[in-house]
Design a protein around this ligand. Structure first.
Ligand SMILES: *Cc1c(COP(=O)(O)O)cnc(C)c1O
Length: 398
């Protein structure tokens, strides 16, 4: 444990302690495996929190980035560049929406979506007291705006006052949403599958009901696809499977495969009557390096039928996890969609389960207070699902 111990100690001396990190120093990745400083191998069912969707060093991805480095990394948004155009075109063709704004992170995509929704409503009625309905147990990020719509009082409390006019409804409870709608409501924001909150998929009727409310009252529907999007649940974006099109969609995480990039994407209605020059900006957002990554990611998804692969393999993954749930007393329930799955753990701390799995050479995440979260690279095969199930069984039966 020579080097690792040293690196952990030196890191803690200088990096602000906002994370309780697992005691492992990762050095390199290959496919769906990670290796630490000592050369120990880990099967990666976390993918850097649902980011590295194609695994490490997926064919042609690295080369595209290297080529772009040789051309141009950054320009600012004062000028045009080819990767920006291409990434934008691909995000539009895959979503069917109308206009893209690239950001540096998911949180910033949420900020932009909130601003676009407020501007749209302000254009309409000139009010400055608009409200947004968000969901309990949601997660949208840590900046003041994104935190304000994150339904977790533990995250919010020390940082109050947050932005005003946010009301929280119960996820999958349409009546609780209806009860909050009034003439000031400008947007409803939710994740089609809640991630950090504990892997809760929206019920189709719930999402459809919200869409109806939005259409009837001219409220903008913001769907946060930052975690559940980019093929993870078996369609390019989770809402496509529900048949519920958002007015504004946010995306990030797997969008650039580890190159920091996010986006908010507006449908026709919101694009036409919201943000205009002077309303919003970013220095880095949409730079040629990040956009080359985005553009390549869409190409690789298409050429290699990644979304289809997820759809095809989901029954196998679910079957294996259901078997685990049946065999292991501490697993209360499995829930999720596609390659975004959660096992509800009872009777022992879920963090301890994740730590034990790591010892076994399996990386898994947690979500909420008691959910073991599995968000593997989308390129896993049956053998790796078997390997995961075997390792997890050893941990859970312990
Ligand atoms: C991760 C996440 C965010 C925040 O994205 P960052 O890139 O960490 O800023 C927002 N919404 C959802 C659903 C997420 O999973």
């Amino acid at each position: 444990m020579g080097k690792s111990t040293e690196y952990m100690e030196r890191t803690e001396k200088v990096i602000l302690h906002t994370y309780n990190r697992f005691p492992v120093v990762l050095k390199r990745g290959e496919g769906v495996y990670l290796y630490d400083e000592e050369g120990k191998k880990y099967l990666d069912f976390g993918a850097g929190i649902a980011v590295f969707a194609l695994g490490y060093h997926y064919k042609d991805y690295d080369q595209a980035l290297k080529d772009q480095i040789d051309l141009l990394i950054h320009t600012s948004n004062l000028y045009y560049n080819e990767p920006l155009m291409e990434a934008g075109e691909k995000l539009i063709s895959h979503s069917g929406l109308d206009k893209v704004f690239f950001t540096n992170s998911g949180t910033e995509a949420i900020e932009g979506a909130i601003k676009a929704a407020r501007k749209y409503a302000w254009n309409k009625d000139g009010r400055t007291d608009h409200e947004i309905i968000a969901m309990e147990h949601s997660f949208h990020g840590r900046s003041m705006g994104a935190l304000s719509v994150t339904g977790n009082s533990h995250y919010q409390e020390p940082f109050k006052p947050l932005i005003g006019g946010i009301r929280f409804a119960k996820f999958n409870d349409l009546e609780s949403v209806k009860a909050l709608v009034n003439e000031k409501t400008c947007a409803i924001i939710l994740e089609p599958v809640q991630g950090e909150g504990g892997i809760y998929p929206a019920e189709p009727e719930f999402l459809k009901g919200i869409k109806e409310i939005c259409e009837e009252k001219d409220i903008l529907l913001i769907l946060d696809e930052i975690q559940c999007g980019m093929g993870r649940t078996g369609s390019m974006f989770a809402w496509q499977e529900y048949g519920v099109e958002p007015d504004i969609m946010t995306t990030a995480k797997a969008l650039g495969l580890g190159v920091p990039v996010g986006a908010f994407v507006l449908g026709k209605k919101a694009a036409g009557k919201s943000l205009v020059p002077g309303d919003h900006g970013t220095t880095y957002g949409g730079n040629p390096f990040a956009c080359r990554a985005v553009s390549k990611v869409f190409d690789l998804f298409d050429e290699n039928h990644i979304v289809e692969h997820v759809r095809n393999l989901t029954p196998y993954l679910e079957e294996k996890l259901d078997a685990l749930a049946a065999e292991c007393g501490c697993v209360k329930e499995r829930r999720g969609k596609g390659f975004m799955q959660g096992l509800v753990i009872s009777g022992r701390p879920v963090g301890e389960v994740a730590a034990k799995a790591l010892e076994q050479g399996l990386i898994v995440l947690t979500a909420g207070s008691d959910v073991l979260r599995l968000v593997p690279p989308l390129v896993i095969e049956k053998e790796q699902i078997d390997e995961m199930a075997e390792k997890l069984k050893a941990v859970l039966a312990d």
